[in-house]
Design a binder for this molecule. Sequence first.
Ligand code: ADP
Ligand code: 5GP
Length: 206
Amino acid sequence: MSERGTLIVYSGPSGVGKGTLLQPYLAAHPQARLSVSVTTRDPRPGEVDGIHYWFITQERFDRLVAEGGLLEHASYSAHSYGTPRAQVEEQLAQGRDVILEIEVQGAMQIKRSFPDAVFVFILPPSLEELRRRLSGRGTEPPQVVEARLAAAIRELEYAKEYDYLIVNDDLQRAGAKLEAVIAASKCRAAGMLDYVERMVHCCEHA
Ligand code: ADP
Ligand code: 5GP
């Protein structure tokens, strides 16, 4: 792997199915990496430190921000979340695709610092279905579900800033679309011009 990897920003309201959709994608693309964020929220049952998140204190989070150790950061439902810089940059340089599963404020920061990143937003089939999925997951008490639904409505305002919008109605169909948009993004002319350049250069020196 020598070409630089693609940075994929992957957003959508909590409970829309981002994690569920991403699992088969990551299984099918072992070179791709899901960035592990830092967060100040408590782990949910089954969540493992260093795998789902790095669970850290607010004090440590603030220090990381001050040291420039985060590519982006934001606050969501009264907790702080951020993307550790070093690993993402290293993996992109190694030619790996890196997926940032982050909310919209963080995504807008990445848009400014990585204009070549691919921006994918997952939409629910309806807000009623989103409520059903959030409650069905059973990881949040009812008042948190309501707060996350209110946040979802605010987040939908940002959908227009993304390159691709995928409705997660049927898992298989949405998964195929995720696969397709990432593949399409790798064929964007701007990202392929180096390839053309090298081919022509090679021919000129043959
Ligand atoms: P997120 O990562 O966006 O917070 P999850 O992947 O945890 O969301 O999914 C939330 C819930 O919705 C889970 O219980 C999951 O099984 C369910 N879910 C995800 N996608 C679908 C779908 N297409 N149809 C029905 N249920 C789904
Ligand atoms: P949850 O608490 O449900 O795991 O995540 C809440 C929200 O925070 C989700 O929208 C998730 O995508 C987002 N999030 C997770 N990690 C990060 C991060 O590093 N930066 C930002 N900006 N958002 C994040």
